[in-house]
Design a protein around this ligand. Structure first.
Ligand SMILES: Nc1ncnc2c1ncn2[C@@H]1O[C@H](COP(=O)(O)OP(=O)(O)OP(=O)(O)O)[C@@H](O)[C@H]1O
Ligand SMILES: [Mg+2]
Length: 332
């Protein structure tokens, strides 16, 4: 079946998909003589959203009983995946994080899969916004690496800088696209990450790690057997190296963002991936990731030197004189 992957090719598609105004400042748009048209289409969008939320029109009814506050954004975020016959039900909430909730979904029979995970980003108003400047530096907008025409891309980058409403929406969508793009690339490279299936305005659909009723625990929740320590540490380092080779640094790596299931690890949670070459804090971010991994393994009984490991990877794959100082405090 054809899944609604982010095909990365067209700016216009991006604009349509994420319901963005086409690069205009919102203020300018408000003043324009077409404002009554905007209002009409807003009403239509609200009506459609209401239908989606009620689930009556689209027939999307779910077994999981969401809390009142999450019902609206959950159903409207996942309805497109139901329409694409990718998922047929939401079975339970796996976990509520700071930025997103993860749900266990029943995969639609058309996919040939049994279960899928849906990572649903909280609406901007309900998110605990991390300080993204540290990670965003030197990173292209998620779409720009992929053939979006230069002039349009510049317009998007400018909107981001200006923090217009358009820019804020791009920033929100860009976190999601960035996570999806990183997962897509890493999965193809053979990294131990969930397979990404589809992305939407507020959510991504991923391979689920675990079984019905019991999602994989994070490494943090697991005590490893001695014989597992060395191979699992090596597997984590293999994944870090795979990323660095592709100029990526996870940026929030720790035992909280590594799942453990049937003796294998899966690295998750990629929206803040930083650019290993263009970000001035890249060395610092890499070292912090490796240090957190080493801390976990040290508690389990395997001691490794994070600075030595960082240096080795850095010189092998980045090779630039690193800035070893931590960045300004307000970036942390
Ligand atoms: N593919 C998956 N399969 C099973 N469980 C998953 C999957 N992806 C995420 N989870 C669970 O959902 C939790 C939250 O996911 P993730 O870390 O991606 O989101 P987050 O909102 O950034 O979380 P946090 O703010 O807690 O770091 C994870 O800790 C994990 O328990
Ligand atoms: Mg997480």
């Amino acid at each position: 079946m054809t899944l609604d992957r982010f095909s990365n090719d067209e700016y216009d598609e991006y604009i349509t998909r994420f319901h963005l105004a086409d690069g205009e400042d919102v203020d300018q748009r408000r003043k324009s003589k077409t404002s009554h048209k905007t209002k009409k289409s807003d009403n239509r969008i609200i009506a459609t959203l209401a239908d989606e939320v009620s689930g009556l029109e689209g027939g999307f009814k779910i077994s999981y009983k969401p809390a009142r506050f999450e019902e609206g954004f959950l159903l409207s975020s996942l309805q497109p995946f139901y329409d694409q016959t990718l998922i047929s039900d939401v079975l339970m909430r796996v976990k509520g994080g700071k930025e997103a909730n993860v749900y266990l979904c029943q995969a639609d029979p058309a996919t040939g899969l049994d279960l899928l995970a849906a990572k649903v980003y909280r609406p901007r108003s309900m998110r605990n916004l991390r300080n993204d400047a540290l990670y965003r530096e030197g990173r292209e907008l998620a779409v720009s690496a992929s053939g979006v025409n230069r002039r349009k891309d510049d317009r998007m980058q400018r909107a981001l800088k200006k923090k217009s409403a358009f820019g804020v929406q791009i920033a929100h969508s860009s976190w999601i696209l960035h996570e999806y793009g990183a997962l897509d690339q890493l999965y193809r490279l053979g990294a131990a990450v969930p397979k990404p299936y589809a992305t939407g305005e507020n959510a991504i659909i991923l391979g689920y790690v675990g079984e019905a009723g019991r999602a994989a625990p994070t490494l943090h929740e697991v005590t490893l057997e001695t014989r597992e320590l060395q191979p699992l540490f090596q597997e984590v380092m293999r994944n870090i190296e795979l990323m660095v080779k592709s100029r990526m640094i996870h940026g929030d790596l720790s035992a909280y963002n590594i799942l453990y299931w049937q003796g294998k690890i899966t690295v998750i949670d990629f929206p803040q991936v930083a650019n290993a070459v263009n970000n001035r804090s890249a060395y610092f971010i890499l070292q912090r990731d490796i240090q957190r991994v080493c801390e976990y393994f040290a508690r389990q009984g395997l001691t490794r030197d994070p600075v030595e490991l960082t240096d080795k990877l850095w010189w092998q794959h980045v090779g630039l004189d690193p800035v070893r100082q931590p960045p300004e405090e307000d970036l942390l």
